[in-house]
Design a binder for this molecule. Structure first.
Ligand SMILES: Nc1nc2c(c(=O)[nH]1)N[C@H]1C(S)=C(S)[C@@H](COP(=O)(O)OP(=O)(O)OC[C@H]3O[C@@H](n4cnc5c(=O)[nH]c(N)nc54)[C@H](O)[C@@H]3O)O[C@H]1N2
Ligand SMILES: Nc1nc2c(c(=O)[nH]1)N[C@H]1C(S)=C(S)[C@@H](COP(=O)(O)OP(=O)(O)OC[C@H]3O[C@@H](n4cnc5c(=O)[nH]c(N)nc54)[C@H](O)[C@@H]3O)O[C@H]1N2
Ligand SMILES: [Mo]
Length: 685
């Protein structure tokens, strides 16, 4: 018997990017555990990833290439060989390119893995799609709004080191539910609390995390920037702004101050629905507590004004000077900090077409149904499940049903999206392939060494596209680079934060902290904006036709009175505790724990008005579609708001999930989706 311990990393779309250890006995993975040596994730995985190996050997795993044998959407397939699959794909692509040009091909990359080799961070296969002259893909579904907003204010999406929450005296969880969506930050939050820090949660829902806080404010969804301005009004009223920081490190303070003065606590209360006394009390607490740290993640920016929300939230530590203090500032993501060489990975110089058309990930239905210059003729779905995860489910289904569309899905499981494929290609899972990772919630890089051989005929994404390139007669050697070679190219950016981090070292140690200064205060000495300062007022924003001054942009549906008259309830569909987006949505035990389909939390006042009680099956609907849920009547949501969770597979939930009612609508900045900015009515089923 031989036994090996192989170091790897969780690839899922979660800020924590856990380090793990796989025990391999006689070539078989028998155990997968958190790596106790990792300073951020410290050996603990989550309820979902604890079932990783169980998932890998689930009976529904796709092990062979498949060709559609039924109608699109029906999910009937026959097994074919890799040779047949590659021949068919290459033949179809050659014909499509001849007739419509390369831009009729759309590589639709999702977030199933964030790896730099196999997944979204490195856009696996991008070199091949460049060589084919394919359309570009704007991967805006998750954090584009917030990242764009932050770029205007602080120059980059990356914020404070989450480990430094341990040094904060006041922590504000602002539209963030870490006990569900990335629990390792909690270690550092708890360390701060043991030292006396106060914890506030700002969330329309009393989440798992909010329930642990010292104080909870429940604003109307999408009104956070107005709340931030109201809080700053109190801070400035007390003269608690950091004049020295404002003078040395910010741009446009007098104009921003005028804006703050427009948002009195009573006006902020009227917009947000948060009591005026609570705004005054929290404003006073911020005024007197240094350092204050804000954890604002993606929930707060899934609204029409979501870009402005982050743009304005990042101004708060600009006014208090907390960006210069350890344990102060704002943490949205850390992904701006690891400076891997994307250009070397992407090789956009291989692109062969004319000006490149870029299609929006969040508007798949629209692009499939309406794009005509040229129409999308071939869709590659790579580590994505858009039927489950993308807005306006019915339009997505309609688009994917087009007879003239050739759809290839690279997948591990027969998802709601795979059901629409012409060809399904069997994909490896993380412990079966190599990858390079950063976390978007910490400052460590990781190497994931393959632990076992893939089952059946599964191939990694990189290998799939190497083979397809050859089959298509493309002979540029860059299309054949090995995984190790790609990783070396990504690491060779020459940036000081990557100094001393080689593939050899990563392989040996599993993970390495970026070579950042200690402590890491990214903006203590200046900001990567055009002025080198935190920009309350942005010329770039003005140039893009936006308000030059950071401020409040209202949501699209939540505060629209006409829509509210037709659909009185605002729906939030945030992270499910038991799934990771739609990954694990087909795991029996996790499905059972999640209640076997969506639930819907509703305030007792709203339930009484509809004669509904807990346990009742309801239909959640608007003019775009409907989904079914089981009602949970609770005062854990504010009146006027209902809450469900994302990630449920439509095929196990009566044919639809929350995205049946979500609009294809762009956020103010970054072109992101507006999942939590959706109005509905709820009725008995
Ligand atoms: N268990 C689990 N973990 C996950 C995921 C998962 O599906 N399951 N998904 C992963 C991914 S892809 C991402 S992007 C992150 C997302 O994780 P988060 O950043 O936490 O984002 P959400 O889950 O969308 O929403 C977080 C909270 O914001 C609240 N919220 C919604 N609208 C508003 C608002 O207008 N204002 C305020 N103040 N709060 C609001 C919601 O009620 C919710 O409690 O988590 C990752 N981690
Ligand atoms: N209503 C609502 N919808 C949402 C959200 C919300 O808050 N509310 N959140 C949005 C967010 S934040 C995100 S990031 C998106 C995510 O949306 P998607 O990017 O579509 O992610 P998933 O639905 O998880 O689908 C990922 C798929 O990749 C597959 N996969 C995993 N690893 C690999 C691999 O190595 N190779 C291949 N080929 N496949 C792999 C998995 O089996 C899974 O089916 O969802 C969004 N959808
Ligand atoms: Mo996400």
């Amino acid at each position: 018997m031989t036994e090996l311990k192989v170091l790897g990393a969780c690839p899922l779309d979660c800020p924590d990017g856990c380090s793990w250890v796989v025990t391999v006995r006689d070539g078989e993975a028998v155990e997968l555990r958190g790596n106790p040596d990792h300073p951020y994730t410290r050996g603990a995985l989550c309820t979902k990833v604890n079932r990783w190996l169980e998932r890998a050997s689930q009976p529904d795993r796709i092990l062979y290439p498949l060709r559609r044998a039924g109608r699109k959407g029906e999910g009937r397939f026959e097994r074919i060989t890799w040779d047949e699959a590659l021949d068919e794909i290459a033949g179809r692509l050659h014909r499509i390119i001849e007739e419509h040009g390369g831009q009729a091909i759309w590589p639709y990359w999702g977030t199933g893995t964030l790896g730099y080799l196999q997944g979204l961070e490195g856009f696996a296969g991008r070199r091949l799609f460049n060589a084919l002259g394919a359309s570009g893909h704007d991967a805006n579904i998750c954090s584009a709004a917030g990242t764009t907003g932050l770029r205007y204010t602080i120059g980059r999406g990356g914020g404070m080191d989450p480990e430094d929450f341990a040094h904060a005296r006041l922590i504000i969880l602002w539209g963030s539910n870490p006990l569900t969506s990335g629990h390792h930050v909690w270690t550092f939050v708890q360390a701060a609390r043991r030292a006396g820090a106060y914890l506030v949660a700002i969330d329309p829902v009393l989440t798992r995390s909010a329930a642990q806080a010292d104080e909870h404010l429940a604003p109307l969804p999408g009104t956070d920037a107005a709340l931030a301005l109201g809080l700053l009004n109190v801070v400035v009223g007390l003269g608690a702004q950091d004049e020295e920081f404002l003078e040395r490190h910010t741009l446009g303070w007098p104009r921003f101050r005028e804006r703050i003065e427009e948002f009195t606590p009573s006006r902020a209360a009227a917009i947000t629905g948060v009591p005026e006394e609570a705004i005054v009390a929290l404003g006073e607490r911020i005024a007197r507590t240094r350092p204050t740290a804000i954890r604002a993640t993606q929930g707060v920016q899934r609204h029409a004004g979501g870009g402005s929300a982050l743009r304005t939230l990042a101004c708060v530590p600009g006014v208090t000077g907390d960006w210069a203090r350890r344990g102060g500032g704002l943490s949205f993501s850390t992904s701006g900090h690891a400076r891997l060489n994307r250009r070397a990975l992407f090789r956009d110089d291989l692109y062969t077409g004319g000006p490149r058309r870029v299609l929006s990930m969040s508007r798949l239905g629209e692009a499939l149904l309406e794009a005509d210059d040229p129409p999308v003729q071939a869709l590659f779905v790579i580590a994505a499940n858009p039927v489950g995860s993308t807005p306006h489910q019915n339009r997505v289904r309609e688009g994917l049903s087009r007879d003239d569309l050739f759809t290839v899905v690279l997948e591990q499981f027969p998802t709601d999206t795979a059901d629409y494929a012409d060809i399904v290609l069997p994909a490896t899972m993380q412990h079966e392939h190599a990858d390079l990772h950063e976390g978007y919630g910490h400052l460590y890089l990781a190497w994931n060494e393959p632990a076992v051989a893939p089952p059946g005929e599964c191939l990694s994404t990189t290998e799939t596209f190497r083979r397809l390139a050859l089959r298509m007669g493309l002979d540029d050697p860059a299309l054949q680079d090995s995984d190790e070679r790609l990783a070396e190219q990504a690491l060779a950016s020459g940036h000081p934060y990557l100094e001393g981090i080689t593939l050899d070292r990563l392989r040996k140690e599993g993970f390495v902290r970026l070579a950042v200064p200690d402590p890491f205060l990214p903006y203590a000495e200046g900001f990567p904006t055009p002025s080198g300062r935190l920009e309350f007022v942005s010329r770039r924003a003005a140039g893009a036709g936006l308000d030059p001054v950071a401020g409040y942009t209202p949501p699209a549906e939540v505060t629209d009175p006409e829509r509210a008259a037709r659909y009185p309830l605002a729906l939030i569909s945030a992270a499910s505790h038991h799934f990771l987006n739609t990954v694990f949505g087909n795991n029996e035990e996790l499905r059972r724990r999640s209640g076997d389909g969506p639930s819907l939390r509703m305030h007792p006042v709203d339930a009484a008005a509809r004669g509904l009680e807990s346990g009742r099956r309801v239909r959640v609907r608007n003019d775009r579609g409907a989904f079914e849920a089981v009602l949970d009547v609770t005062d854990r949501v504010r009146p006027g708001v209902v809450a469900t969770s994302k990630g449920h597979w439509a095929k196990f939930s009566g044919g639809a999930n929350a995205n049946a009612v979500v609009n294809e609508h762009d956020t103010d900045l970054g072109g992101g989706p507006t999942f939590h900015d959706t109005r509905v009515e709820v009725e008995p089923r």
